[in-house]
Design a protein around this ligand. Sequence first.
Ligand code: ATP
Length: 230
Amino acid sequence: MTGDQREKFGLTVTGMHAAYDRLAVLHGIDLHVTPGEILALVGANGAGKTSVLRAVSGLLRPTKGTVKLGDRDVTSFGAEKIAAIGLAHVPENRLVFPTLSVDDNLVLGGYVRRKDDGFERRREEALALFPRLKDRINLAAGALSGGEQQMLAMARALMSEPSVIILDEPSLGLAPKVVGEIMAALGILRDTKGLAVLLVEQNVRAAFKVADRVMVMDRGKVVAEGTPAD
Ligand code: ATP
């Protein structure tokens, strides 16, 4: 365990329902990710995987059920407060700030925490995980390859030193080698930092290589659950 002395906590979702206006899209989701574990959430397009992540991170208010970070019920909290408590959301399409440098993107990721609170250490740790970013630290983020932008989106999320990290299809559109690097980084975060990782993936083969457990979603429900070997 390097640097970060904060105790890690997991994520627990119980009986969660959610809707867009009147269109119900989640129908009673239960899931738990412990510190030091990767849970992969897979399923067809439109199954509701992205909606689970949005409901967990405070971007979509659940209509029923609870979301807990450790023992703390955060169901009614907004996204900013949930991020400050220790959940980092890496959305689909790696939304980096394209005109800002790699370094400035990291600085923005760090604002969730006080700047004097181990800021340099956090930046060094995030860059150590993705050495390629170090070589490109002063480049505009928009000039990076897709894989590098995904790495930057993850590094920026790590700047808040989260306990729980949730990622939406980080492998989307990337070459197999880069996908391998990204999955390996998730394994390192689990093993060395004890993060609880909730990973939404269509690339089942890549997700299964690193995941400890898998849940399959269909039409807003979890329909199967097990280990990748199952
Ligand atoms: P994908 O892999 O295609 O992103 P998904 O499993 O992540 O699929 P969601 O994006 O969570 O699924 O979508 C679940 C359902 O919610 C779908 O029927 C989708 O059409 C609907 N939906 C998603 N976002 C919205 C929105 N902003 N407004 C209305 N309906 C939405």
